[in-house]
Ligand binder design. Structure first.
Ligand code: NAP
Length: 251
């Protein structure tokens, strides 16, 4: 790929919402490759992108396939979060329908640590708690239904934005990463946390895992959803290399 790419070619579509998506968008933009980042539009104040951004759902597989037909991006990079279960399926199906080259950019999961309890989903995580547990929940504000069913436990739900209509046993803790080990230990101690529930998101946010380990707290880790078959990159540079094999932007 070269910085002399034709600016009139349609942009690569990056399904975004992650640090990796931003890094890839920055890298490709610097190379002169037109890029369009797509956000779900659910975050009120998303981190800025170094490229044009569109926002909002496409309308399922059908809507995304229609969008791809209309805009003809030379490639689609699905750089959504490892737990964006629906979007990665939609991306795979719509790309296959339209013959659009697609790559899943997915950071590696955290290696399993001693003492972790691995569970397949949030319902299993909620079911694994003993009565009376005080839980730090870092699984996001959208999916609290399973924990609402456990009024015998107390939950500290760490989120960036407020969550409406929570039952009294789920209390939000509004804050933004990054968090240091000292921050995490202080939070676990101040809130008298007995259990941590997290998704295996991977990436740099491991201080909570280190803090729980330091305090000897049980950690319940929700496993990732299955990844649709197809090419996979674990970091932005590998995605750039994959694009080069398609000769996108090459002279
Ligand atoms: P999801 O359940 O897989 O997707 C739900 C719907 O949101 C999709 O069907 C799609 O709507 C729309 N959508 C999702 N990502 C989109 C994107 N990048 N551009 C346009 N539309 C998108 O996803 P989610 O778990 O709600 O996550 C939403 C966004 O937040 C994702 O982009 C993800 O990268 C980011 N995120 C998620 C998590 C998490 O834990 N799930 C954590 C951090 C960031 P249509 O069907 O109408 O196209």
């Amino acid at each position: 790929m070269s910085a002399a790419s034709d600016p009139s070619q349609p942009p690569i579509l990056i399904l975004a919402g992650t640090r990796e998506a931003r890094a890839l968008a920055a890298h490709l933009s610097q190379m002169g490759q037109p890029v369009l980042a797509s956000l779900a539009g659910v975050t009120r104040d998303p981190a800025p992108y170094p490229c044009p951004v569109r926002s909002g759902g496409f309308g399922g597989v059908h809507g995304l396939a229609a969008w791809l037909q209309a805009h003809r991006p030379p490639a689609l990079i699905d750089a959504t979060h490892p737990f964006a279960r629906q979007m990665q399926l939609n991306a795979a199906a719509a790309a296959a329908q339209t013959g659009t080259p697609r790559l899943r950019l997915l950071r590696p999961p955290w290696p399993t640590r001693q003492g972790w309890q691995l569970v397949p989903d949030l319902a299993a995580a909620a079911a694994a708690l003993p009565p009376g547990a005080r839980v730090l929940l870092t699984t996001g504000g959208k999916e609290v239904a399973a924990f609402a069913q456990r009024p015998d436990c107390h939950f500290v739900l760490r989120v960036i934005e407020p969550v409406a209509d929570l039952p009294p046993h789920i209390q939000t803790h509004l804050t933004r990463p990054p968090f240091s080990l000292a921050d995490e230990i202080a939070l676990l101690r101040d809130q008298r946390i007995t259990h941590l529930i997290t998704k295996n998101a991977g990436g740099s946010g491991t201080a909570k895992l280190d803090a729980a380990e330091h305090l000897g707290l049980p950690v319940i880790v929700v496993d990732r959803p299955p990844v649709p078959p197809g090419p996979l990159a674990q970091d932005p540079q590998t995605a750039v290399d994959w694009l080069a094999t398609l000769k996108i932007g090459a002279n």
